[in-house]
Design a protein around this ligand. Structure first.
Ligand code: R5P
Length: 296
C-alpha cells in the first residue's frame, strides 16, 4: 500500500486522493534552512510525495531531502506526484549564455526519485518527459476534465487555442465535446509581451468562445486573446487552463480584460480551481502504467 507524503500546500488535494498518508515534518531552522523528518514507518513500502512544483525554488530542496530520506529509510519506491511540474519552459538556450534549466532540473530530480507522475507538463520542443527525466514518467492529461466542464457549463462552445502549442489539448477537447475549434498564431516578444492574430470568426457568432491553454502565468496570452475576441463582438468569454500560476496580478488583469469565467484544474491551489485532478492522480499512484504511452 502506497504511503502519500503531501506538502502542506497539497493537504486538500491529498485528502481527496484518499490514499493513506505518511506522517512527516518540514520546518525551518532559525537560519532559514529546512528541517525534514519522516515519522511513519516506510521500510519496504512504496512512497509517493505530493508536491506541486509551482514556486519550485522554495520547494525543491525540501523535496529532495524528503525523497532521499525515504530511500535511506528503506522505502520500496519513491514516486514524485507533481500535479504541476515546474522548470519545463526554459528547454533550450534561446540566447547565448542562458541556463537550460529544464534539463538541469530533470537531471537533479531524476537522481532522487524512481518515478514521476504529472499533469500536462509543458512539452514543447521535447515530446516526452523521458527525453530529460531518467526515472519512470507518466504524463496525465486534463483534457477530459476540460471536456467534462465544458459539457456541463457551456452551450454551443467554440474551442480556441491561443497558440500552436495548445492544439494538442484543443483538438482533443473539441472532439470530446463535439464542438468546432480554431488555433491562433502567437508570437512571444517577452515575458509579458505577446502578439496574437485572430482571423475573422464572424461565422461563429452564435457560439460561446472557450479559450484553452495548459498554463496561465502572466495571463498575457489569455488577455490578448480575450481582447481580440471582444473586438469581434464576443462578450461571454471563458478561459480554461490546467495550471493557474497567475503571476503577480495576472488573475485580476484577466478578469478586467473581460474574461467572464476563469477556470483552472486544482494542480495549483487557487480560487479559480474548478476541475478536480485528485481521481486522475490517485488512480495512477495506486495502479501505475508507466510502460504505456506518455500522453493519455
Ligand atoms: C506557452 O507556450 C504556454 O502554452 C502558455 O500559453 C503560456 O505559458 C502562457 O503564459 P502567459 O500567461 O505568461 O502568457
Amino acid at each position: 500500500m502506497t504511503l502519500l507524503f503531501a506538502f502542506p500546500e497539497q493537504a486538500a488535494l491529498a485528502r481527496i486522493m484518499s490514499i493513506e498518508q505518511g506522517d512527516w515534518e518540514w520546518r525551518h531552522f532559525p537560519d532559514g534552512e529546512s528541517y525534514v523528518r519522516i515519522l511513519s514507518a516506510v521500510r519496504g513500502k512504496p512512497a509517493a510525495i505530493l508536491c506541486s512544483l509551482n514556486q519550485p525554488d522554495t520547494k525543491t530542496l525540501p523535496l529532495i531531502f524528503l525523497a532521499q530520506t525515504l530511500k535511506e529509510l528503506g522505502a520500496a519506491k519513491v514516486t514524485l506526484v507533481a500535479p504541476y511540474l515546474g522548470y519545463m519552459r526554459q528547454d533550450t538556450r534561446f540566447h547565448e549564455g542562458e541556463a537550460v534549466t529544464s534539463e538541469t532540473f530533470a537531471v537533479m530530480l531524476s537522481r532522487y526519485i524512481d518515478a514521476l507522475i504529472t499533469v500536462d507538463p509543458h512539452l514543447h520542443r521535447h515530446h516526452d518527459l523521458k527525453e530529460s527525466y531518467t526515472c519512470e514518467c507518466k504524463s496525465l492529461s486534463a483534457a477530459s476534465l476540460m471536456a467534462e466542464w465544458i459539457g456541463k457549463n457551456i452551450k454551443h462552445a467554440l474551442i480556441i487555442g491561443p497558440d500552436m502549442e495548445s492544439e494538442q489539448w484543443v483538438k482533443e477537447v473539441a472532439e470530446e465535446v463535439q464542438a468546432p475549434y480554431i488555433v491562433l498564431q502567437k508570437t512571444r516578444h517577452g515575458d509579458r509581451d505577446v502578439e496574437i492574430t485572430l482571423p475573422d470568426i464572424g461565422r461563429y457568432k452564435n457560439h460561446t468562445p472557450v479559450l484553452i491553454d495548459d498554463i496561465i502565468s502572466t495571463a498575457a496570452t489569455m488577455i490578448k486573446a480575450v481582447e481580440l475576441l471582444k473586438a469581434q463582438g464576443f462578450a461571454d468569454i471563458t478561459c480554461l487552463a490546467t495550471h493557474g500560476l497567475f503571476a503577480g496580478n495576472a488573475y485580476d488583469a484577466l478578469q478586467k480584460a473581460g474574461a467572464a469565467q476563469i477556470i483552472t484544474a486544482n494542480t495549483i491551489p487557487h480560487p479559480s480551481n474548478g476541475m478536480e485532478v485528485a481521481e486522475l492522480l490517485a488512480a495512477e499512484c495506486v495502479n501505475p502504467r508507466y510502460g504505456e504511452q506518455s500522453r493519455q
